[in-house]
Design a protein around this ligand. Structure first.
Ligand SMILES: [Zn+2]
Length: 228
């Protein structure tokens, strides 16, 4: 799980969310060397049958710096990724963070998302406005879950089957709404690997921070696979 691939600006409230472009290159290099194959999350079901090393790069929030700093590196390595976009804020910025005094970061536009999909990138939903869903009333929560799927599907001209809970926050009511809206799976922020026995509406991830080196990322992946 990544957030931003960019140099860390002064004043960031969550500096470890910024992975430098150089470091991201090191991650892709380390996983390439270790013969990991990158997949989209919509391929997960089929991939559970495989025993080779499979990884998914996920990028929360859909920052423009994914397109400028991560996408070219992934393409050069022949790897794909999943971008979780905030459907009603495309082309705007991370106002859920800036409200708290954080540094603004531009979010990908609808054109940018479309362009990314033509390069094999998967787009998932990260809600409409990045609200903490368990604290929303039913109407607002259902809107965030279902309307974001409709908006992104209309933009991309295809179904959007994967959801990602803002802040990794979910409960039984939210998970049921995500399932009822027609999603096939959803990511939280619980750590670990996923297999057939994992609740597909609580997919686990490995957190990647600004100080996660290439070898450390490789080690984190292996350690999580032993812990699952
Ligand atoms: Zn987010």
């Amino acid at each position: 799980m990544y957030h931003k691939v960019a140099p860390r600006p002064a004043g960031s409230l969550v500096p470890h969310h910024y992975v430098s472009p150089k470091r991201f290159q090191a991650h892709v290099r380390a996983l390439t060397r270790a013969r990991f194959r990158a997949i989209r999350l919509e391929e997960l079901d089929a991939e559970y049958e495989n025993t080779d090393r499979v990884v998914n790069f996920s990028f929360d929030d859909g920052y423009e710096n994914f397109a400028t700093n991560a996408l070219p590196v992934l393409r050069a390595a022949g790897m794909t990724a999943t971008v979780f976009a905030v459907a009603e804020l495309l082309g705007a910025s991370n106002e859920w963070d800036t409200e708290l005094g954080d540094v603004p970061e531009r979010l990908m536009s609808s054109d940018g998302l479309r362009a990314a999909t033509t390069m094999g990138i998967e787009i998932g939903s990260h809600s409409c406005t990045h609200k903490r869903l368990p604290t929303c009333d039913d109407d607002s929560m259902l809107h965030e879950v279902a309307q974001s799927k409709r908006i992104l599907s209309a933009i991309l001209g295809r179904d959007v089957p994967i959801f990602c809970y803002p802040y990794g926050a979910h409960d039984a009511r939210v998970r049921e709404a995500v399932r009822a809206a027609g999603y096939r799976a959803a990511c939280g922020v619980g750590k670990g690997w996923n297999d057939k026995t994992t609740d597909q509406f609580q997919l686990k991830r490995v957190n990647v921070r600004s100080d996660t080196s290439g070898p450390l990322l490789f080690w984190k992946l292996l350690r999580q696979s032993r812990l699952r």
